[in-house]
Design a binder for this molecule. Structure first.
Ligand code: SF4
Ligand code: SF4
Length: 358
């Protein structure tokens, strides 16, 4: 029992799990029901609806992953993040990113991790990046980091000072469901952090300090309707804890990394892939986030999205690193796809900004 508990507090990497490796994940996604023709591959499916090859539109979002270290080890993390991950963006790579941030045509800068705040250069990077005047500057904060250690207690004020848009995961408004997915004690710390963000003005009606929450399902099922879930979350969090926030993004769990490991271990993998394929929505393909996003990894390599980054699928372009960034050349590429992409096109679709289609 204790051994099992300890395992749950470690990344797949630390556990030397088979699915810590991108090639093993891709192998799983290419074989079985997709190799024997029971289900169409993603490229076959989008070809049927005239969307192959998938090509970028104009770049709008630059997403930078500043490291895989995190104070949490959530059950379904697609990054396989945790306290034992040591991959951290250096200041040198951040300087290369800043050059790009100053010159990009993107209107959104999105810092993610792991827990981005755990990067020792995080505050310096935010201060510098905020000077570039990008319209929407997002930091993906897991909330508990704000209460994890005294040195993080002033994060709400720091975010406010730099007019950062805070986007935070909150899988449910109940303690049981949240703690099951994200770890014991996460719910209470998240509530406290949300109250502190509200106290400095985040998430309040009419406030320009944006606070959005992200929901992802706790098991092998697709998210419900984003609009009605947002209403339920707002009602429950306000009534129970006096908490306000702006929008809720409902995100589908993609079958990679720890969620793939969970699907296989719980014998839900095939059923889940069937439900993703059956829910395929051609309207969502047009708006998948890789079409207007570039994802930068902790070591400066470029990817079509954060999921491709975790699968180590670099952009299909002669420009592959932030140090040689060229938006025009990068935009002239085919997006690399595999069966995990079905997670972005099921139902209302899914992106880091939630549903993408009606
Ligand atoms: S807080 Fe986010 S990055 Fe950290 S383990 Fe959980 S899902 Fe992964
Ligand atoms: S997983 Fe990435 S590449 Fe695939 S459709 Fe989604 S955003 Fe695009």
């Amino acid at each position: 029992m204790l051994k099992e508990k300890k395992k749950q507090q470690q990344s797949l990497h630390k556990r030397h799990s088979e699915y810590a490796f991108a090639n093993k994940q891709l192998e799983k996604l290419s074989n079985g029901v997709f190799a024997n023709g029971e289900l169409p591959t993603f490229s076959e499916k989008i070809n049927e609806t005239g969307h192959f090859p998938l090509r970028p539109t104009k770049l709008e979002i630059l997403q930078i992953n500043v490291g895989y270290m995190c104070n949490q080890v959530c059950e379904h993390c697609h990054v396989d993040a945790g306290p034992d991950r040591k991959e951290i963006m250096t200041r040198e790579t951040m300087l290369q990113c800043l050059e790009v941030i100053k010159n990009t045509g993107a209107h959104t800068l999105d810092l993610t991790g792991g827990a981005p705040e755990m990067n020792p250069n995080f505050r310096w990077f935010v201060e510098e990046a905020s000077k570039a005047g990008i319209k929407d500057f997002i930091v993906r904060s897991n909330l508990t980091i704000i209460r994890a250690n005294k040195k993080y207690y002033d994060l709400p004020d720091f975010f406010k000072k730099h007019n950062v848009h805070v986007v935070s995961s909150m899988p449910h408004w109940t303690r049981g469901k949240t703690d099951k997915q994200r770890g014991a004690g996460v719910f209470d710390l998240s509530i406290k952090a949300l109250q502190e963000l509200n106290a400095v003005g985040y998430g309040m009606l009419g406030s320009t300090l944006r606070l959005d929450l992200v929901y992802n399902p706790s098991g092998a099922f697709l998210p419900g309707d984003q609009t009605s879930m947002e209403k339920d979350f707002k009602k429950a969090l306000l009534e129970d804890f006096g908490i306000h926030f702006h929008n809720l993004f409902a995100i589908t769990n993609l079958p990679i990394s720890r969620f793939l490991d969970y699907l296989i271990a719980s014998e839900n993998y095939e059923d889940y892939m069937y439900s993703l394929v059956e829910a395929y929505n051609p309207a969502a393909v047009k708006s998948v986030m890789c079409r207007n996003t570039i994802s930068v990894s902790w070591d400066g390599y470029l990817y079509d999205c954060d999921f491709n980054q975790m699968l180590e699928l670099k952009v299909a372009s002669k420009i592959q690193h932030i140090s040689e960034y060229n938006e025009d050349i990068l935009n002239d590429r085919n997006i690399i796809i595999s069966q995990h992409c079905y997670g972005c096109t099921a139902g209302a679709g899914s992106s880091c900004q939630g549903a993408v289609a009606k």
